[in-house]
Design a protein around this ligand. Structure first.
Ligand SMILES: *[C@@H]1O[C@H](CO)[C@@H](O)[C@H](O)[C@H]1NC(C)=O
Ligand SMILES: *[C@@H]1O[C@H](CO)[C@@H](O)[C@H](O)[C@H]1NC(C)=O
Ligand SMILES: *[C@@H]1O[C@H](CO)[C@@H](O)[C@H](O)[C@H]1NC(C)=O
Ligand SMILES: *[C@@H]1O[C@H](CO)[C@@H](O)[C@H](O)[C@H]1NC(C)=O
Ligand SMILES: *[C@@H]1O[C@H](CO)[C@@H](O)[C@H](O)[C@H]1NC(C)=O
Ligand SMILES: *[C@@H]1O[C@H](CO)[C@@H](O)[C@H](O)[C@H]1NC(C)=O
Ligand SMILES: *[C@@H]1O[C@H](CO)[C@@H](O)[C@H](O)[C@H]1NC(C)=O
Ligand SMILES: *[C@@H]1O[C@H](CO)[C@@H](O)[C@H](O)[C@H]1NC(C)=O
Ligand SMILES: *[C@@H]1O[C@H](CO)[C@@H](O)[C@H](O)[C@H]1NC(C)=O
Ligand SMILES: *[C@@H]1O[C@H](CO)[C@@H](O)[C@H](O)[C@H]1NC(C)=O
Ligand SMILES: *[C@@H]1O[C@H](CO)[C@@H](O)[C@H](O)[C@H]1NC(C)=O
Ligand SMILES: *[C@@H]1O[C@H](CO)[C@@H](O)[C@H](O)[C@H]1NC(C)=O
Length: 842
């Protein structure tokens, strides 16, 4: 059901009173799961009768990796039946009491979100129809917190896929902040040939005043919003958040364009032409499920509703650039309503991509947990906009600034705002005056024709001061340019290329800022007695930073990208699961921007009306992979979610563009001086390679049943598994290391361990030889070391691991399967704690 059905149940005026009366008793939103199977599982059982399922025959042959969804249609009456049961449960259990049902979940999850008091929650939990009751929790988007920016093309995206057809027929569902439907990246009149809406997609478009009829088309095939939990909390701001699929933020428009924006859209920002933009799968279809909002983020109850609807509508891929604000409590991180609904999505054949989170670089900072989710970390790519200043002593300092340079070779006098104040200016706000926010404080005679020097403080990050305001000030007093240095209290901070209409630059490094200030200070000529400044002796020129160059050493794991090992629970037990799965471009990514988007107050002047923005985060990395997954799905329509994940993983590259190992930044300040070679806990299998992923050769497949057994293998999990899936664990359990994933992670190697994998061949009749490097402190053998495999066949691989030392330091190895027809599959191997037999037992 949509996000607005509660209005019909209660009416708006009643809502206020109801919420008030509930609030007095600490009412909160709870997510309630019922025991009866949801519609997708019900259909799944039903479908077995009418569609071919995955079958590995005795001969080792297989037909397909996936049960096609909806081949027998959805059973609408079963869904209505579930909703009816939910309503009657509430009526019976909470007879005569106030409560507010916000959502019925019925496709992936049979349950609902409801505003109730803790006492009422207890009552519901005791009902035999109810399997689980959990408190709703908040989630956030995964862009970096800082100033972030406007749009440019990305040559690298265009190379992938062939823009005329790439991704056609595949629908990507975005759980995000909505979309600006008027953006040219989402129009469908660009292509001349047929471009039908895929028949398997049945989603609708919500029509509102700011999302009028006609907003959807053959490109943007569905759009809805889910805000009931947020509205119930009273934090929904209509003027900013838009009670419609319209994107009041910019984030959702950006992520959708990265994955599936049209090809060849010219990017013009601040009158500069930056080239053409294109999504990774420019002909894939976009379905928007807005559950995140500009002013507050989002809530799980709304996100689960969005996921449930996306699955019911028939999306092929779900892209989530969001992670929980806190690690889920309880037995294991996997047991939370969002991950559990995504497990159900996997069962329905939907590939799920999630951002790793931006809480790096500490170990276990991972915010995406479950093995059925494809988790993406953020890396740089090679495009960079460098800007420099050259000082009078010939020292060069680099900085950020999408700005023109000063004229020719001329040097300009440096004048700090603090030294150009009018006599009556008083600094009421501490350092405020140094931030160049108001021209009326400045003595124009001192600044005119010179370079104005301003301080960049934490106030900029908070939106209290802005670059754009400082540029207005500089223009107003006829400065020749503007330079920002880091306030000494700012310890280090990511400053992205910032568009400036006049020559300008921000010095992002605190150390460089000190050098700059020292030069400035040392060149001041002061009166020996009064100490007042007689002459500004510092000179500089700004070289300009409007031209991209592709010299950046890339890829590199960004410091903010969340790291493994995968925390299994809140006491940070390590899971036998590798996270992240891969890395993809996430830093300084140009993408479409909503006409009403403005990420931070700092850049409002520039973002208003701009059609493109450059922003950073694992949020931007995830949709790159969603787009690539669409290309794989298009080429291999029968691939299961794990087969797509396998293709992306085994083919990922481990080297940067100079052939060295991919590096990972390891600190927030001075990230480049702390980097070291990336491990699987930094980059997973490596940096995605689109070309290779489309021809993977060997596939590691894993199904829902394996993930179910994995959950059952967690100590004491049976009641929780029953609560979430309505199924009993039975006798089959599986350790995470034994899931048939294209990676091996062993949190504790107690003496020795044997691990099995099965590969299926979709490439060519081929002979593979196996080679490996063992993690430090581990002896490794692999059987067989060579095998021939026909198309359509399977091969078992056995890995024996022996600890050769006691150590709790993670160590890493790799297994490579090298085919004589050119296919290569790489498997990262991580062992954390190693314990050897120590001989004291006789
Ligand atoms: C399972 O759900 C029931 C009903 O909500 C609850 O009482 C019980 O504590 C849950 N068990 C676990 C292990 O979460
Ligand atoms: C909603 O947002 C507008 C501006 O976007 C702001 O002026 C107003 O104060 C906000 N309302 C609330 C209740 O926060
Ligand atoms: C950008 O796209 C336009 C059409 O939208 C095309 O005319 C132009 O040649 C493209 N430019 C580049 C650099 O690809
Ligand atoms: C800076 O470099 C220029 C050209 O290389 C040279 O002429 C000038 O003397 C240098 N100035 C200083 C202060 O070193
Ligand atoms: C500021 O004061 C100094 C001396 O106190 C004086 O010489 C100067 O003219 C004054 N400037 C302005 C703009 O009033
Ligand atoms: C500037 O230089 C003076 C001496 O020339 C020194 O006393 C002062 O501390 C310096 N200030 C800064 C901020 O470096
Ligand atoms: C990506 O894969 C293709 C095809 O296997 C290969 O030619 C290319 O070198 C790979 N790129 C990188 C960066 O590894
Ligand atoms: C689990 O094992 C027990 C005995 O080991 C057996 O009686 C029971 O039928 C098994 N249950 C399932 C679901 O396989
Ligand atoms: C693969 O080998 C099988 C059995 O030898 C043969 O029938 C088939 O034609 C071969 N396929 C290709 C693509 O070479
Ligand atoms: C691991 O230990 C077992 C038993 O001690 C031994 O049979 C095997 O050869 C060892 N494997 C390796 C790779 O050392
Ligand atoms: C591969 O291993 C599985 C058990 O893990 C076994 O059932 C199957 O027969 C093996 N296949 C081959 C070809 O050895
Ligand atoms: C050796 O093993 C014994 C028995 O398992 C254990 O008590 C002891 O702590 C171990 N010593 C080391 C150094 O691991």
């Amino acid at each position: 059901m949509g996000g607005i059905n509660w209005v019909h149940l209660w009416g708006l005026t009643c809502l206020g009173m109801l919420v008030m009366s509930l609030c007095q008793e600490n009412a909160a939103v709870y997510i309630v799961t019922m025991k009866k199977a949801p519609a997708s599982h019900y259909n799944g059982q039903f479908q077995k009768l009418c569609s071919s399922a995955l079958s590995y025959g005795a001969s080792g042959k297989f037909n397909t990796f996936n049960k096609p969804r909806k081949s027998c249609g959805t059973d609408k009456s079963y869904s209505s039946h579930l909703i009816h049961l939910q309503d009657s449960l509430l009526r019976k259990a909470l007879k005569g009491q106030n409560y507010l049902k916000l959502y019925s979940y019925h496709y992936l999850v049979n349950g609902f979100a409801v505003l109730i008091t803790p006492t009422q929650a207890d009552k519901l939990a005791r009902r035999k129809e109810v399997s689980n009751v959990v408190l709703d929790f908040s989630v956030r988007t995964d862009t970096t917190h800082t100033p972030e920016f406007l749009g440019l093309p990305n040559g690298a995206w265009v190379k992938e896929g062939g823009p005329e057809v790439a991704g056609e027929g595949v629908v990507i569902g975005f759980i995000d902040t909505g979309i600006d439907p008027t953006h040219p990246s989402f129009s469908d009149d660009l292509s001349l040939n047929q471009y039908p809406i895929p028949a398997h997609y049945s989603g609708v478009c919500e029509v509102t005043q700011d999302f009028p009829s006609g907003s959807c088309n053959r490109k943007l095939v569905g759009a809805r919003h889910f805000a009931a939990s947020a509205i119930t909390r009273g934090i929904f701001n209509n003027s900013q958040d838009h009670a419609s699929p319209f994107d009041g933020d910019g984030h959702g428009t950006h992520t959708a364009s990265i994955a599936a924006g049209n090809h060849g859209i010219p990017v013009v920002v601040s009158n500069h032409q930056f080239g053409n933009a294109s999504g990774m799968a420019p002909r894939a279809h976009i379905a928007v499920y807005k559950a995140l909002y500009k002013s507050f983020g989002g809530f799980a109850a709304d996100v689960v509703a969005a996921i449930d609807q996306a699955a019911e509508d028939g999306v092929d891929i779900i892209s989530l650039s969001i992670t929980p604000n806190r690690r889920p409590s309880g037995l294991a991180t996997f047991f939370n309503p969002i991950d559990m609904s995504l497990l159900s999505a996997i069962k329905a054949g939907i590939f799920v991509v999630q951002a790793a989170g931006n809480t790096g670089p500490a170990p276990k900072s991972m915010s995406s947990f479950s093995p059925w989710i494809f988790t993406v970390g953020a890396a740089t790519h090679d495009r960079i906009y460098n800007n420099y200043i050259v000082l009078g002593d010939n020292l060069t300092i680099s900085g950020a600034g999408l700005a023109p340079g000063t004229d020719g070779d001329s040097m300009y006098t440096l004048v700090s705002a603090m030294h150009a104040l009018k006599n009556d200016s008083t600094d009421a706000n501490g350092m405020y005056l140094g931030e160049c926010q108001d021209p009326s404080y400045l003595n124009q005679d001192l600044v005119k024709g010179n370079i104005l020097v301003c301080s960049y403080s934490i106030r900029f990050v908070l939106g209290l001061s802005s670059i754009s305001q400082a540029i207005e000030t500089a223009t107003n007093v006829s400065a020749a340019g503007i330079i920002f240095y880091m306030d000494p209290f700012v310890l280090g901070f990511q400053i992205n290329p910032t568009p400036m209409s006049i020559p300008g630059l921000i010095i992002p490094s605190p150390d460089d800022s000190k050098v700059f200030l020292q030069y400035y200070n040392n060149t001041l000529v002061r009166d020996t007695t009064t100490k007042s400044i007689i002459k500004f002796g510092g000179l500089a020129k700004i070289l300009g930073g409007l031209t991209a160059n592709y010299s950046n050493l890339a890829p590199k794991v960004m410091y903010y990208s969340s790291r493994g090992p995968d925390p299994e629970d809140n006491s940070l037990t390590d899971a036998d699961i590798m996270k992240p799965n891969v890395i993809a471009p996430g830093n300084l990514i140009w993408g479409a921007w909503s006409s009403e988007g403005a990420d931070s107050a700092e850049f409002q002047v520039y973002l208003t009306g701009e059609k493109f923005a450059m922003i950073s985060g694992t949020s931007m990395a995830a949709p790159h992979v969603a787009g690539l997954a669409a290309l794989i799905k298009q080429k291999f329509p029968t691939f299961s979610p794990s087969a797509i994940a396998s293709a992306l993983s085994t083919t990922a590259t481990l080297y940067d563009k100079l052939g060295g190992p991919i590096m990972a930044q390891r600190s927030y300040s001075n990230p480049d001086s702390t980097q070291s070679p990336a491990t699987p806990f930094d980059m997973g299998s490596g940096f995605v390679n689109a070309t290779a992923a489309l021809d993977p050769g060997l596939i590691f497949d894993t199904g829902y049943d394996d993930f179910f057994s994995f959950l059952c293998g967690i100590n004491g999990s049976s009641p929780v598994v029953l609560n979430y899936t309505s199924n009993n664990c039975g006798n089959t359990t599986m350790n995470g290391a034994n899931l048939n994933l294209p990676s091996i992670t062993v949190a504790l190697l107690n003496q020795s361990r044997t691990i099995l994998r099965t590969v299926a061949n979709i490439g060519s009749n081929e002979t593979f030889s196996v080679s490996w490097s063992a993690p430090y402190g581990v002896a490794l053998s692999v059987i067989p070391t060579k095998f021939s495999i026909l198309i359509g066949q399977k091969q078992n691989l056995t890995f024996n691991l022996n600890a050769t030392m006691n150590s709790s330091a993670a160590s890493f190895g790799r297994i490579g399967l090298y085919g004589n027809q050119g296919h290569v599959a790489m498997i990262p191997l991580s062992v954390i704690t190693k314990v050897i037999y120590n001989g004291t037992i006789s």
